[in-house]
Design a protein around this ligand. Sequence first.
Ligand code: SIN
Ligand code: MN
Length: 255
Amino acid sequence: MTASLLPRERRELAPGAVHLPDWLTLDEQRELVASCRAWARPPAPMRATRLPNGGVMSVRTVCLGWHWEPYRYTRWATAPAEEGGARERVKPFPPELVALARRAVADAYGDAGAAAAYEPDCALVNHYDATAKMGLHLDKEEVSPAPVVSLSLGDACRFRFGNTETRGKPYVDAELRSGDVVVFGGPSRFAYHGVPRIFPGTGDPAIGLSEGRLNLTIRETGLTDEVVDAEEAARAARVAGRSGRSARRTTGEQA
Ligand code: SIN
Ligand code: MN
């Protein structure tokens, strides 16, 4: 990272994706770090997410409002089997993040109407240690096309912002530092993005984070409990149907 005394400029990473450097005050950063620390505690604490392929993500995540798991939202986090496997209700989405995210949308787009219409109901809080990364991916489990608001705290990182078609080029790299916000919406809402590296030791301990990076992505899911419950019931029925068929096969019954 190259430290600079010059003010860093607002930058459009792609159409609809705006990076606003030094957007949060030091006090706001301190308050958010303290909140993240409280949100990280049980129940439904900050954990490394397990992927369907058996891998484990290098970031640790706590969700607010809706719990994200690969690749859907639920209201429930499930503890790993070795921790008892309990279902734990996700923490509520904090109203203070609604106001903060609306302010970010207003500042990024200069559009008070879009900000007022923004109804975020979910945040993923990720903690990166010195070696954690996040591969290029889409935030695509939300059904709403409303923007994502991403806040950075602590160590700086390289943030890669790409295109909506492929994980490859074209993409641009931006250095995100503590207090920066990125808002990505409109034609960039479903664009690939990721964090190829952290710059350890670059955060200011005055915000209450002595090492690592925190990132909050605030989202409007557009989901309702009715829709998600119906999807979960259909999924459970499919699984039960499959295990019924395999039980008949193993006992030699005709389907
Ligand atoms: C994410 O894409 O979910 C996180 C991005 C970041 O850590 O800046
Ligand atoms: Mn993402």
